[in-house]
Ligand binder design. Structure first.
Ligand SMILES: [Zn+2]
Ligand SMILES: [Zn+2]
Length: 212
């Protein structure tokens, strides 16, 4: 299936940027086939190891595949936009696409800087719909970002949800109306906290069809 439509969950600019976020998926290539899927988690720039390791374990339970932490790639400073004090996600996705390991079915890039696409104040992540590459940022998933006390467990839960969500898009899944489903669009971190790290029944069925 070929998809070239850009899906944007929300198009808004607001000073209350904490409450506005989004993920942005662009059309990609069709699904891949393979008996045992291999998904790489690739750190981009300076990213702590602990969430990567925990993700690699937790994601195995969500997708029928092998997860491996790949070689770190540098964070391109060319993607930094000083006027926004953020990194532009689209060229970062491009960097990631150039770094796809030969045996990779999917690649999840993880970075720890604030990212954006032009129509949105910031994004939690981005994915190629039905493609190979997804990206998540850890920065806005930490309570400390909002001036609150550290909550490691909550941080890891959010990280897992965002990772499952963006990888879900790479399998061609679109946003789901069910607020508890991991494929529900996170307009804010509150939405992320409400949803679960699992696919609803419909999305699970859809995913299984796409994985086969
Ligand atoms: Zn999404
Ligand atoms: Zn769903």
């Amino acid at each position: 299936m070929k998809m070239s439509k850009w899906t944007v969950g929300i198009v808004t600019i607001s000073l209350a940027s904490i409450f506005f976020s989004g993920c942005w998926e662009e059309g990609g290539k069709g699904g891949e086939k393979g008996v045992e899927m291999k998904i790489y988690i690739i750190p981009i720039g300076d990213v702590e190891q602990d969430p990567l390791l925990r993700l690699s374990w937790a994601l195995r339970e969500k997708f029928d595949g092998v997860f491996e932490i790949g070689e770190r790639i540098p964070l391109s400073e060319d993607t930094y936009r000083p006027e926004r004090r953020q990194y532009f996600a689209t060229p970062l996705m491009g960097d990631l696409k150039k770094s796809i390991p030969k045996d990779a079915d999917k690649v999840l890039g993880v970075l720890d800087v604030d990212i954006f696409v032009p129509a949105l104040n910031f994004i939690f992540g981005q994915a190629d719909l039905g493609g190979k590459v997804a990206l998540i940022s850890l920065t806005r998933l930490r309570e400390e970002y909002y001036g609150n006390n550290e909550n490691r467990e909550l941080f890891m839960e959010r990280t897992l949800k965002e990772a499952v969500h963006e990888l879900g898009h790479t399998f061609g899944l679109r946003h789901c109306a069910n607020a508890k489903c991991v494929m529900h669009f996170s307009n804010s971190l509150m939405d992320t906290d409400v949803k679960e790290a699992d696919f609803c029944e419909n999305c699970r069925k859809e995913l299984e069809l796409r994985i086969k």
